[in-house]
Every structure is written in C-alpha cells, then in structure tokens.
Design a protein around this ligand. Structure first.
Ligand code: PNS
Length: 164
C-alpha cells in the first residue's frame, strides 16, 4: 500500500517510552510519509525523566526508523500541530478503558483545529497491558522490565533507581 504523503504527529508524555509506544510509531511510519514523536509535560504528573532525557531516549530507540523525528512542545497540542503543518495526530488505543479519554481529547482537538485528523492505532495485543506508570513501578522495586522497554530505556531506569 503506498504511504499517505502526510505528516503525522504522535504526541505523549513518554515518561519513559515503552515497547508499546514503539509499536505504534512503527505502525505510523508504515502509513505516513513522516512522523514526529512530540514529547510534552503533563502538569498533573510528576515526571521521572526530564523532557530532554525523554527526547534523547526516544531518539536512540527510533534511530533505525526512517522519517521519524523527535521534538518537544509546550502548550496546546493543536497549536503546535498547526505550527508544524501536521495532517494527522496519532494516538494508541490499548483497551476500551482508554477510549473515553481519547474520544474526548480527539473531539476537543477537532473543535480547535478541524483540518487535523486524529487517527487511532492499536498496538500488538501483547502490549495492551503496558504503560509507562506500570513500567516505572516495576523498575522502582527491582522488577525486570527488559521486555517492556527498549534497552537504552532499561539502562536509564536501572540508573535512575539504583540509589533507592
Ligand atoms: O502520554 P499521554 O500523557 O497520554 O499524552 C497526553 C497528551 C500529552 C497527548 C495530552 O495531554 C496533550 O495533548 N497535552 C497538551 C495540552 C493540550 O493540548 N491539552 C488539550 C487536549 S484536549
């Protein structure tokens, strides 16, 4: 299938990126001409990694993927997406529990910028139970998260929690 000549933004907090996020990025790359992974802060969550640490980890984990760039943004996603001339926002949907929040966000974003379409992609079902919060909790208490995250993220998690 030829790729859509479109610019897609995959936004999130990515604190840190997991194999589930990577799965979504790979699917987005197969559909769209270029993909920006856009990292931002969520004021209601205390982050483990700074935005620039998160950007670096994603850059390393996606270095072999063509047409993927990683950026950070602050403020409203749709203002950033308009500035970037994006066509599509990509979000991952793991389970029905994600749906209500994602649906609300997509509809608000459509009100803010009706030309930019939100597309939902489902990761491989082996990642449906994964999220960054669970990964951080398991890593904090010395659990093995090597199959949940890229290797560089695994090393960063070990390093971050080693003195606790
Ligand atoms: O990885 P997350 O935490 O599920 O990502 C949520 C994110 C960052 C995509 C969302 O909170 C967001 O877009 N934040 C930027 C501020 C914004 O535009 N808020 C209005 C969304 S309706």
């Amino acid at each position: 299938m030829p790729k859509e000549k479109k610019l897609a933004i995959y936004p999130g907090t990515f604190d840190p990126i997991t194999n589930g996020h990577l799965d979504i990025i790979q699917r987005a790359v197969s559909l769209f001409e270029s993909v920006i992974v856009a990292v931002t802060t969520n004021p209601s969550k205390a982050p483990l990694f700074t935005v620039s640490e998160r950007v670096n980890m994603i850059e390393e984990a996606t270095s072999k993927l063509e047409n993927v760039t990683v950026e950070n943004f602050s403020g409203l996603l749709m203002h950033y997406a308009e500035k970037r001339n994006a066509d599509v926002i990509v979000r991952g949907l793991r389970a029905i529990t994600d749906f209500e929040y994602e649906f609300q966000m997509a509809l608000v974003n459509r009100k803010l910028a009706g030309d930019i379409v939100t597309v939902f992609l489902m990761p491989n079902e082996k990642y449906t139970y994964l999220n960054s919060t669970i990964v951080k909790e398991v890593a904090k208490f010395d659990g093995d998260v090597s199959s949940f995250v890229p290797q560089n993220v695994h090393e960063n998690l070990i390093d971050r929690f080693k003195n606790e």
